[in-house]
Design a protein around this ligand. Sequence first.
Ligand code: PEP
Ligand code: MG
Length: 329
Amino acid sequence: LRQKVEQARGLPVETEDGVAITLQLNVGLNTERDWLKELDINSVGLYRTEIPFMMHERLPTEDEQVELYGQILEQFTAGTVVMRTLDVGGDKPLPYLPMDEENPFLGWRGIRLTLDHPEIFLVQIRAMMRAAVGRNNLHILLPMITSAEEVDDAARLVKQAYHEVAEESNGHDRPQLTAPKLGVMLEVPAMVYHMHTIVDKVDFFSVGTNDLTQYLLAVDRNNQRVASLYDAFHPAVLYALKQIVERANELNKPVSVCGELAGEPGGALLLVAMGYRTLSMNSYNIDRIRWIIRHIKASDLATMLEKALKARSAQEVRKLVTMTLEEAG
Ligand code: PEP
Ligand code: MG
């Protein structure tokens, strides 16, 4: 099976009826270099910067971050790299930034924390931009956005960092820096209904199905006791995802999915059926998803999606999706 799916490397990622899908990588550490090269993927849809932060004993300095981000950007000069700003808190505490909260997932995490610590945020986005000088393949993504004000505040800091770094590095014989594109994670349910309030400030949306599922279903994504209730195939989650892609299309903004659902065979089918055309996933899911996309007809997925949205449970959706996958071979 492994050989069979690997044979699709180098071939176009499109359905049998010609719908092209862009696959991108989710990465966290820079250890998979050789293996990533083999996969034939140009772009990173999600670089989780908190992972190197969690492995340090203190905040990495600006220069240390420049070095780290430069290594990632250098590997993907043929495409783009979406770097997400620090998304700690919740299940990802930093050992050197103590937090003691009763409800960490509803607490001080992601953009909330970095807007309270603009000095940490500015160092990070300056480092990203310094690493991007001369490469210009950087996109910046903001996690856990709940309101338009957060986007305003973050966008202001991003602009400030850009002016600083551009001024420092745009000498006459120095390479230029262009302003990185700015995106927002859609992972807090409120934002599903509020995309129009931030559309003017952002260049793209990226859907975080892991947190969106957790918050829509009110189920802690890491709590074993309620693990059976945590399911992105819940028809209500599917409704939200469909609404997001429709809204993004109406607003004329690119949208992609970087949550785990995009790397699951059935999830990828549902997302393509809804109209998503860019999916970002862990490296080990790429071959399989590429193979599946090449063996389905987008037109056949419409009926599956229609039934899935009417289903009463995630289990029912799974059955429908499994049937479609079996038909694809
Ligand atoms: C998500 O929430 O779906 C996501 C991609 O981000 P993380 O898993 O890092 O919270
Ligand atoms: Mg998330």
